[in-house]
Design a protein around this ligand. Structure first.
Ligand code: CMP
Length: 138
């Protein structure tokens, strides 16, 4: 049991061949897979997913990058999932990501930072439903 978070392995990490390494870190940290798929966001869908960042200067770049290649989308379950997952991935800027975190190991820049993690229970639910139907949550 436990509660849920939502993650994406971003196009940079998929291109670099890091899906397996990243999933192993999630598994070793105690996250159970509820839903998972390899998919690709259109620019329109990426824009919709990141709508909360629409006014930010990096929005265009973010949408272009997130639609530049396949991603792995997943819902994960663990006690205290959102907070514990954000600890596991580390800071947005890989230069500030703590040693042992996914971004410390795999991210290359603030934009191309290997993984996404939902920042609240509410967003985790919204983002999970954006990618998966209830029949795809196990
Ligand atoms: P993510 O957690 O997926 O949610 C918003 C994303 O915006 C964030 O990861 C970063 O990859 C991206 N982002 C944040 N700040 C910048 C920035 N200054 N330049 C480019 N991308 C950014």
């Amino acid at each position: 049991a436990g509660n849920r978070t939502f993650t994406m392995i971003k196009p940079d990490a998929v291109r670099a061949g890091n899906i397996g390494g990243i999933l192993a870190m999630m598994n070793d940290a105690g996250f159970r897979i509820v839903s998972m798929k390899l998919t690709k966001l259109s620019a329109e869908k990426a824009g919709e997913f990141y709508e909360v960042h629409k006014e930010r200067p990096f929005y265009g770049e973010l949408v272009e990058f997130m639609s530049s290649g396949p991603i792995v989308a997943a819902i994960l379950e663990k006690d205290n999932a959102v907070e514990d997952f954000r600890k596991l991935i580390g800071a947005t800027n890989p230069a500030e990501a703590a040693p042992g975190t996914i971004r410390a190991k795999y991210a290359t820049s603030i934009g191309e930072n290997a993984v996404h993690g939902a920042d609240s229970d509410e967003n985790a639910a919204r983002e999970g439903s954006f990618h998966f139907a209830a029949t795809e949550m196990f």
